[in-house]
Write a protein that binds this ligand. Structure first.
Ligand SMILES: NC(=O)CC[C@H](N)C(=O)O
Length: 308
Protein backbone atom coordinates (compact mmCIF):
# COMPACT_ATOMS: atom_id res chain seq x y z
CA UNK A 1 0.00 0.00 0.00
CA UNK A 2 1.19 3.58 -0.63
CA UNK A 3 3.07 5.37 2.18
CA UNK A 4 0.12 6.28 4.41
CA UNK A 5 2.06 8.57 6.78
CA UNK A 6 3.45 10.44 3.78
CA UNK A 7 -0.07 10.85 2.33
CA UNK A 8 -1.45 12.12 5.67
CA UNK A 9 1.43 14.62 6.07
CA UNK A 10 0.92 15.90 2.55
CA UNK A 11 -2.85 16.32 3.05
CA UNK A 12 -2.36 18.10 6.40
CA UNK A 13 0.21 20.45 4.87
CA UNK A 14 -2.12 21.32 1.99
CA UNK A 15 -5.18 21.79 4.21
CA UNK A 16 -3.37 24.06 6.66
CA UNK A 17 -2.74 26.67 3.95
CA UNK A 18 -6.06 26.56 2.07
CA UNK A 19 -8.28 29.61 2.39
CA UNK A 20 -11.60 28.04 1.27
CA UNK A 21 -12.32 26.69 4.73
CA UNK A 22 -16.14 27.16 4.94
CA UNK A 23 -17.99 28.71 7.88
CA UNK A 24 -17.74 27.62 11.51
CA UNK A 25 -21.17 26.69 12.99
CA UNK A 26 -22.47 29.84 14.65
CA UNK A 27 -25.91 28.68 15.86
CA UNK A 28 -24.27 27.02 18.87
CA UNK A 29 -22.44 30.00 20.45
CA UNK A 30 -19.62 27.92 21.97
CA UNK A 31 -18.77 26.45 18.56
CA UNK A 32 -18.61 29.89 16.93
CA UNK A 33 -15.45 30.57 18.98
CA UNK A 34 -13.39 27.74 17.45
CA UNK A 35 -10.35 28.67 15.32
CA UNK A 36 -11.22 27.78 11.67
CA UNK A 37 -7.52 27.31 10.87
CA UNK A 38 -7.38 23.97 12.71
CA UNK A 39 -6.93 20.74 10.78
CA UNK A 40 -6.28 17.26 12.14
CA UNK A 41 -6.45 13.72 10.78
CA UNK A 42 -5.91 10.25 12.25
CA UNK A 43 -6.15 6.71 10.91
CA UNK A 44 -6.55 3.67 13.20
CA UNK A 45 -5.65 0.56 11.22
CA UNK A 46 -7.09 -2.84 12.07
CA UNK A 47 -3.50 -4.07 12.61
CA UNK A 48 -3.33 -1.76 15.65
CA UNK A 49 -1.24 1.08 14.21
CA UNK A 50 -2.46 4.67 14.57
CA UNK A 51 -1.10 7.33 12.23
CA UNK A 52 -1.82 11.04 12.59
CA UNK A 53 -1.04 14.43 11.05
CA UNK A 54 -1.86 18.06 11.87
CA UNK A 55 -3.86 18.95 14.99
CA UNK A 56 -4.78 15.32 15.65
CA UNK A 57 -4.24 15.57 19.41
CA UNK A 58 -6.50 18.59 19.93
CA UNK A 59 -10.03 17.97 21.27
CA UNK A 60 -13.09 19.25 19.45
CA UNK A 61 -16.85 18.88 19.87
CA UNK A 62 -17.85 15.67 18.07
CA UNK A 63 -21.53 16.76 17.81
CA UNK A 64 -23.46 14.47 15.43
CA UNK A 65 -20.61 11.99 15.07
CA UNK A 66 -21.78 10.87 18.53
CA UNK A 67 -24.98 9.57 16.88
CA UNK A 68 -22.99 6.57 15.61
CA UNK A 69 -22.13 5.65 19.20
CA UNK A 70 -25.61 6.20 20.64
CA UNK A 71 -27.15 4.15 17.82
CA UNK A 72 -24.68 1.34 18.52
CA UNK A 73 -25.44 1.44 22.24
CA UNK A 74 -29.22 1.55 21.70
CA UNK A 75 -29.13 -1.38 19.24
CA UNK A 76 -27.31 -3.34 21.94
CA UNK A 77 -30.14 -2.58 24.36
CA UNK A 78 -33.30 -2.86 22.29
CA UNK A 79 -32.09 -4.69 19.17
CA UNK A 80 -34.08 -4.47 15.97
CA UNK A 81 -37.13 -3.15 17.86
CA UNK A 82 -35.35 0.21 17.45
CA UNK A 83 -36.47 0.26 13.82
CA UNK A 84 -40.11 0.49 14.79
CA UNK A 85 -39.47 4.06 15.98
CA UNK A 86 -36.74 5.22 13.57
CA UNK A 87 -36.42 4.61 9.83
CA UNK A 88 -33.45 3.64 7.70
CA UNK A 89 -33.81 5.92 4.70
CA UNK A 90 -31.94 9.10 3.78
CA UNK A 91 -34.07 12.17 4.39
CA UNK A 92 -32.81 14.43 1.60
CA UNK A 93 -33.37 17.26 4.07
CA UNK A 94 -31.20 19.22 6.52
CA UNK A 95 -30.34 17.56 9.85
CA UNK A 96 -32.77 19.71 11.82
CA UNK A 97 -35.71 19.60 9.40
CA UNK A 98 -39.23 19.01 10.74
CA UNK A 99 -41.20 18.67 7.48
CA UNK A 100 -41.28 14.87 7.03
CA UNK A 101 -42.36 14.20 10.60
CA UNK A 102 -45.85 15.53 9.94
CA UNK A 103 -46.58 13.09 7.11
CA UNK A 104 -44.66 10.18 8.59
CA UNK A 105 -46.39 9.89 11.97
CA UNK A 106 -43.52 11.37 13.97
CA UNK A 107 -41.12 8.58 12.90
CA UNK A 108 -37.81 10.14 11.81
CA UNK A 109 -36.30 8.91 8.54
CA UNK A 110 -33.03 7.72 10.11
CA UNK A 111 -31.01 7.78 13.37
CA UNK A 112 -28.48 10.37 12.14
CA UNK A 113 -30.79 13.35 11.60
CA UNK A 114 -31.58 15.22 14.83
CA UNK A 115 -35.10 13.82 15.39
CA UNK A 116 -33.81 10.26 14.88
CA UNK A 117 -31.01 10.80 17.38
CA UNK A 118 -33.45 12.33 19.89
CA UNK A 119 -35.59 9.17 19.70
CA UNK A 120 -32.44 7.06 20.22
CA UNK A 121 -31.56 9.24 23.25
CA UNK A 122 -35.07 8.62 24.57
CA UNK A 123 -34.48 4.85 24.25
CA UNK A 124 -31.20 5.15 26.16
CA UNK A 125 -33.01 6.87 29.04
CA UNK A 126 -35.04 3.71 29.63
CA UNK A 127 -36.66 5.09 32.76
CA UNK A 128 -33.38 6.40 34.23
CA UNK A 129 -32.30 9.93 34.98
CA UNK A 130 -30.52 11.76 32.10
CA UNK A 131 -27.35 11.83 34.23
CA UNK A 132 -27.19 8.02 34.24
CA UNK A 133 -27.83 7.69 30.51
CA UNK A 134 -25.22 10.36 29.76
CA UNK A 135 -22.71 8.58 32.00
CA UNK A 136 -23.40 5.30 30.23
CA UNK A 137 -22.86 6.85 26.79
CA UNK A 138 -19.60 8.47 27.89
CA UNK A 139 -18.31 5.21 29.38
CA UNK A 140 -19.24 3.39 26.18
CA UNK A 141 -17.26 5.85 24.06
CA UNK A 142 -14.31 5.58 26.48
CA UNK A 143 -14.53 1.79 26.17
CA UNK A 144 -14.66 1.94 22.37
CA UNK A 145 -11.58 4.16 22.21
CA UNK A 146 -9.91 2.34 25.11
CA UNK A 147 -9.33 5.79 26.63
CA UNK A 148 -10.72 6.99 29.98
CA UNK A 149 -9.59 10.56 29.29
CA UNK A 150 -12.56 11.38 27.03
CA UNK A 151 -14.94 13.93 28.62
CA UNK A 152 -18.10 15.93 27.94
CA UNK A 153 -17.66 19.68 27.40
CA UNK A 154 -20.40 20.97 29.68
CA UNK A 155 -20.08 24.53 28.36
CA UNK A 156 -20.97 23.29 24.86
CA UNK A 157 -23.91 21.29 26.22
CA UNK A 158 -25.19 24.33 28.16
CA UNK A 159 -24.69 26.57 25.14
CA UNK A 160 -26.77 24.26 22.96
CA UNK A 161 -29.45 23.78 25.58
CA UNK A 162 -29.83 27.56 25.82
CA UNK A 163 -30.27 27.99 22.07
CA UNK A 164 -31.60 24.65 20.79
CA UNK A 165 -35.09 25.83 19.93
CA UNK A 166 -35.36 23.65 16.83
CA UNK A 167 -34.42 20.52 18.72
CA UNK A 168 -36.96 21.42 21.40
CA UNK A 169 -39.57 21.77 18.65
CA UNK A 170 -38.60 18.40 17.09
CA UNK A 171 -38.78 16.62 20.43
CA UNK A 172 -42.16 18.11 21.32
CA UNK A 173 -43.52 17.32 17.88
CA UNK A 174 -42.48 13.67 18.14
CA UNK A 175 -43.84 13.48 21.67
CA UNK A 176 -47.23 14.55 20.31
CA UNK A 177 -47.14 11.49 18.01
CA UNK A 178 -46.25 9.26 20.95
CA UNK A 179 -42.72 8.52 19.67
CA UNK A 180 -40.95 9.62 22.89
CA UNK A 181 -41.43 7.61 26.08
CA UNK A 182 -39.99 10.32 28.34
CA UNK A 183 -40.54 14.04 28.73
CA UNK A 184 -38.98 15.91 25.76
CA UNK A 185 -36.61 17.85 28.04
CA UNK A 186 -35.19 14.61 29.44
CA UNK A 187 -34.46 13.12 26.00
CA UNK A 188 -32.99 16.47 24.95
CA UNK A 189 -30.77 16.56 28.03
CA UNK A 190 -29.23 13.25 26.94
CA UNK A 191 -29.00 14.40 23.32
CA UNK A 192 -27.30 17.75 24.02
CA UNK A 193 -24.74 16.11 26.30
CA UNK A 194 -23.74 13.32 23.94
CA UNK A 195 -23.35 15.89 21.16
CA UNK A 196 -20.99 17.78 23.49
CA UNK A 197 -18.52 14.90 23.92
CA UNK A 198 -15.05 16.26 23.21
CA UNK A 199 -12.49 14.06 21.47
CA UNK A 200 -9.40 14.43 19.35
CA UNK A 201 -8.90 12.76 15.97
CA UNK A 202 -6.79 9.96 17.43
CA UNK A 203 -9.47 9.09 20.00
CA UNK A 204 -12.28 9.35 17.46
CA UNK A 205 -10.55 7.08 14.94
CA UNK A 206 -9.92 4.53 17.70
CA UNK A 207 -13.54 4.73 18.91
CA UNK A 208 -14.77 4.00 15.39
CA UNK A 209 -12.37 1.18 14.69
CA UNK A 210 -14.96 -1.50 15.51
CA UNK A 211 -16.81 -0.52 12.34
CA UNK A 212 -13.83 -1.43 10.18
CA UNK A 213 -12.79 -4.53 12.11
CA UNK A 214 -15.91 -6.73 11.98
CA UNK A 215 -17.15 -5.32 15.29
CA UNK A 216 -13.90 -5.61 17.25
CA UNK A 217 -12.97 -2.47 19.19
CA UNK A 218 -9.68 -0.69 19.86
CA UNK A 219 -9.09 -2.70 23.03
CA UNK A 220 -9.40 -5.94 21.04
CA UNK A 221 -12.81 -6.81 22.53
CA UNK A 222 -15.82 -7.66 20.43
CA UNK A 223 -18.17 -4.64 20.60
CA UNK A 224 -20.90 -5.70 18.16
CA UNK A 225 -21.38 -8.52 15.67
CA UNK A 226 -19.81 -8.19 12.23
CA UNK A 227 -23.30 -7.92 10.77
CA UNK A 228 -24.22 -5.01 13.04
CA UNK A 229 -20.98 -3.20 12.17
CA UNK A 230 -21.85 -3.63 8.46
CA UNK A 231 -25.37 -2.33 8.95
CA UNK A 232 -24.30 0.73 10.94
CA UNK A 233 -21.74 1.43 8.22
CA UNK A 234 -24.46 1.15 5.56
CA UNK A 235 -26.51 3.81 7.35
CA UNK A 236 -23.43 6.04 7.59
CA UNK A 237 -22.95 5.77 3.83
CA UNK A 238 -26.58 6.53 2.99
CA UNK A 239 -27.47 9.00 5.77
CA UNK A 240 -24.25 10.13 7.51
CA UNK A 241 -24.03 13.50 5.75
CA UNK A 242 -27.76 14.38 5.66
CA UNK A 243 -28.74 15.91 2.32
CA UNK A 244 -25.05 15.84 1.37
CA UNK A 245 -24.79 12.05 1.70
CA UNK A 246 -25.06 11.34 -2.03
CA UNK A 247 -22.35 13.86 -2.85
CA UNK A 248 -20.08 12.48 -0.11
CA UNK A 249 -20.49 8.91 -1.42
CA UNK A 250 -19.80 10.16 -4.94
CA UNK A 251 -16.66 12.06 -3.99
CA UNK A 252 -15.18 9.96 -1.16
CA UNK A 253 -16.88 6.55 -1.36
CA UNK A 254 -16.59 5.40 2.25
CA UNK A 255 -19.23 5.19 5.03
CA UNK A 256 -18.79 8.26 7.24
CA UNK A 257 -20.59 10.43 9.79
CA UNK A 258 -20.16 14.18 10.13
CA UNK A 259 -20.81 16.67 12.93
CA UNK A 260 -21.20 20.46 13.01
CA UNK A 261 -18.06 20.68 15.14
CA UNK A 262 -16.24 19.93 11.87
CA UNK A 263 -15.40 16.31 12.63
CA UNK A 264 -15.99 13.33 10.34
CA UNK A 265 -15.54 9.66 11.26
CA UNK A 266 -15.14 7.28 8.34
CA UNK A 267 -14.63 3.55 8.03
CA UNK A 268 -12.76 1.54 5.44
CA UNK A 269 -13.99 -2.03 6.01
CA UNK A 270 -11.17 -4.45 6.78
CA UNK A 271 -8.57 -1.66 6.68
CA UNK A 272 -9.21 0.88 9.42
CA UNK A 273 -11.10 3.94 10.57
CA UNK A 274 -10.28 7.57 9.89
CA UNK A 275 -11.16 10.74 11.78
CA UNK A 276 -10.69 14.20 10.38
CA UNK A 277 -11.35 17.65 11.86
CA UNK A 278 -11.62 21.04 10.21
CA UNK A 279 -14.20 23.38 11.83
CA UNK A 280 -15.40 25.24 8.71
CA UNK A 281 -18.59 23.76 7.23
CA UNK A 282 -20.20 23.60 3.78
CA UNK A 283 -23.84 24.49 3.09
CA UNK A 284 -25.06 21.09 4.39
CA UNK A 285 -23.27 21.50 7.73
CA UNK A 286 -20.49 19.05 6.89
CA UNK A 287 -16.78 19.88 7.24
CA UNK A 288 -15.65 21.44 3.99
CA UNK A 289 -11.93 20.66 4.17
CA UNK A 290 -12.59 17.46 6.11
CA UNK A 291 -14.53 16.16 3.12
CA UNK A 292 -11.83 17.29 0.71
CA UNK A 293 -9.14 15.65 2.85
CA UNK A 294 -11.03 12.35 2.91
CA UNK A 295 -11.58 12.56 -0.84
CA UNK A 296 -7.83 12.91 -1.35
CA UNK A 297 -6.98 10.20 1.17
CA UNK A 298 -9.46 7.68 -0.25
CA UNK A 299 -8.17 8.35 -3.76
CA UNK A 300 -4.49 8.08 -2.80
CA UNK A 301 -5.05 4.84 -0.86
CA UNK A 302 -7.69 3.27 -3.16
CA UNK A 303 -10.06 3.06 -0.22
CA UNK A 304 -13.45 3.57 -1.91
CA UNK A 305 -15.85 0.78 -0.96
CA UNK A 306 -16.97 0.83 -4.61
CA UNK A 307 -13.66 -0.60 -5.84
CA UNK A 308 -10.20 0.58 -6.75
N1 LIG B 1 -25.22 18.12 12.54
C1 LIG B 1 -24.92 18.21 13.80
O1 LIG B 1 -23.80 17.93 14.24
C2 LIG B 1 -26.01 18.76 14.67
C3 LIG B 1 -25.80 18.48 16.14
C4 LIG B 1 -26.21 19.61 17.01
N2 LIG B 1 -26.01 19.20 18.38
C5 LIG B 1 -27.65 19.98 16.78
O2 LIG B 1 -28.50 19.38 17.34
O3 LIG B 1 -27.97 20.87 16.05
Amino acid sequence: MPDLQGVLDEIAAEMSVRTDRGEVAAYIPQLARIDPAKFGIAVALVDGRVLTAGDAEESFSIQSVSKVFTLTLALGKVGDALWRRVGREPSGNPFNSIVQLEHEAGVPRNPFINPGAIVVADMLLAGHQPREAIGEILRFVQFLADDDGIVIDHQVAASERATGYRNVALANYMKSFGNLDHAPELALGVYFHHCAIAMNCRQLALAGRFLADRGRGAGGHSVVSAERARRISALMLTCGHYDGSGDFAFRVGIPAKSGVGGGILGTVPGVGSVAVWSPGLNAHGNSRLGTLALEKLARAMNWSVFGA
